[in-house]
Design a protein around this ligand. Structure first.
Ligand code: HEM
Length: 415
């Protein structure tokens, strides 16, 4: 039965975890404990680790961990199959962020299955379309330059804090219609919520975000503008205004979906650039190839995953999935599928164009993908123009924090 976003209730099916909790239909030879996102081997070099899965595990395996057991898909074709069949692989309850069961809301649009899903996406299509995001290009360029102005003369920066985080936050505030003075507060909330790994800090941060966004929603109700929060607040679905939990679930998911992913992507890309000065020269010498360069960097530095719940028994590659099973498409691994991208770990700007999975695919493909591509492109262009030669600070040890969005924690750069 399709979920009703006007009457949100916590999902009833259990989240099972651990090696003692393997369902009978799962063949023993497909069971693994891969440790994605938290194991020490993964954290040592996450992308290399995910690329190597193609030689170390079956194409579909059942992963057990203390957090959650789930089927994991690493083949490009299998991930697309899952993403394009929402009637079999549902999004109900597929998002990991906890909520108060007595004041429940769905994250919109990610937790809504088609056909209702489209009604929500349609509200923001004009803003997030390729043409819509172009209206933000000059603003992104100005923001990137303002940030660079703050540190260029020092000959060094802590990239993640000085550029990788504040850039997407500033773009986000502008897009949502929130004041730029809130930038540092938003960075702190996002870091506490998404990276503290401390339930008390996460809860405190979620409470601050909730209070602030609810206040802003009320403000936009009274004083409309043409930005995202106001459009959501004043939009209609099926000819009726949206309910408070729908409005809040939509606004808050943009915060979760649109910040950390861009941080992590920028941080990964700059880590690679800083260690590959010859490739930086090659990119600067070919400015007309910027779109292909961005696409290839996004392929190699995919940062996140797609989770689904099986809505009806099904079979893929001869493996039987049962209703209620969880499935994760390991999108970075799918981008390293050697059958689709030969020499997959090599950054090759002249690869024949094939669909990458960094933004997933199917109905829930990332709503912010055009914006994210534009942010990466403008960031590269402005950085190269002003800081064409740079390197990792000597003695830097790259470290990753566990979590569903993969990127280096610190990135000290010098020039
Ligand atoms: C490089 C940056 C980004 C990456 C890698 C990324 C990745 C993704 C992925 C993989 C999904 C699909 C999740 C799933 O299938 O379960 C997704 C969905 C989504 N993303 Fe992004 N994202 C990025 C930036 C953004 C930005 C900037 C925004 C908005 C400001 C955004 C908003 C969304 C929304 C609203 C969805 C849900 C779409 C739906 O359910 O229909 N994302 N993103």
């Amino acid at each position: 039965m399709p979920i009703d976003a006007t009457n949100p209730v916590p999902p009833q099916f259990p989240r099972i975890a651990g090696r003692d909790n393997i369902p009978d239909h799962v063949p023993g030879e497909l069971v693994r404990s891969v440790g994605l996102t938290f194991g020490p081997e993964f954290l040592a070099a996450p992308h290399e680790y995910m690329a190597n899965l193609h030689g170390t595990v079956p194409p579909i395996y059942y992963d057990t961990s203390e957090f959650m057991n789930a089927w994991q898909l690493i083949k490009h074709e299998d991930a697309f199959h899952m993403l394009r069949h929402p009637e079999i692989f549902s999004n109900e309850g597929a998002t990991p962020f906890p909520r108060d069961p007595d004041d429940y809301f769905y994250f919109i649009p990610i937790e809504i299955d088609p056909p209702d899903h489209r009604k929500y996406r349609a509200i923001l299509d004009p803003i997030f379309s390729p043409k819509g995001v172009l209206a933000l290009e000059q603003k992104i360029r100005d923001l990137a330059n303002d940030l660079i102005d703050e540190f260029i003369d020092k000959g060094e920066c802590e990239y993640t804090e000085d550029f990788g985080r504040p850039l997407p936050v500033s773009v986000f505030l502008d897009l949502m219609g929130l004041p730029q003075e809130k930038r540092d507060t938003f960075v702190k909330w996002a870091m506490d919520l998404l990276h503290s790994n401390d339930r008390a800090i996460m809860a405190q941060s979620m409470a601050s975000i909730t209070a602030y966004l609810k206040e802003m929603i009320a403000e936009k109700q009274a004083n409309p503008d043409d930005k995202v929060i106001s459009r959501i607040v004043h939009a209609e679905v099926d000819g009726r205004p949206m309910t408070p939990p729908e409005i809040f679930g939509f606004v808050v998911f943009l915060f979760i979906g649109g910040l950390d992913t861009v941080f992590a992507t920028l941080n990964n890309i700059w880590m690679w650039l800083a260690q590959n000065p010859q490739r930086v020269k090659e990119m600067i010498a070919n400015p007309d190839a910027i779109n292909a360069q961005v696409e290839e960097l996004l392929r190699v530095w995919a940062v996140t995953f797609s989770g689904r719940v099986v809505a009806q028994d099904t079979e893929l590659r001869g493996v039987k999935f049962k209703k209620g099973d969880r499935v994760t498409a390991v999108l970075p691994a799918c981008n390293f599928d050697p059958e689709v991208f030969p020499n997959p770990t090599e950054v090759d700007f002249s690869r024949p164009r094939k669909p990458i999975l960094s933004f997933a695919g199917g109905p829930h493909s990332c709503m912010g993908a055009h914006l994210a591509r534009l942010e990466v492109k403008v960031a590269l262009q402005e950085w190269f123009r002003r800081i064409p030669e740079f390197a990792l600070k000597e003695g830097t040890k790259i470290e990753y924090r566990p979590g569903g969005v993969v990127g280096p924690e610190h990135l000290p750069l010098v020039w």
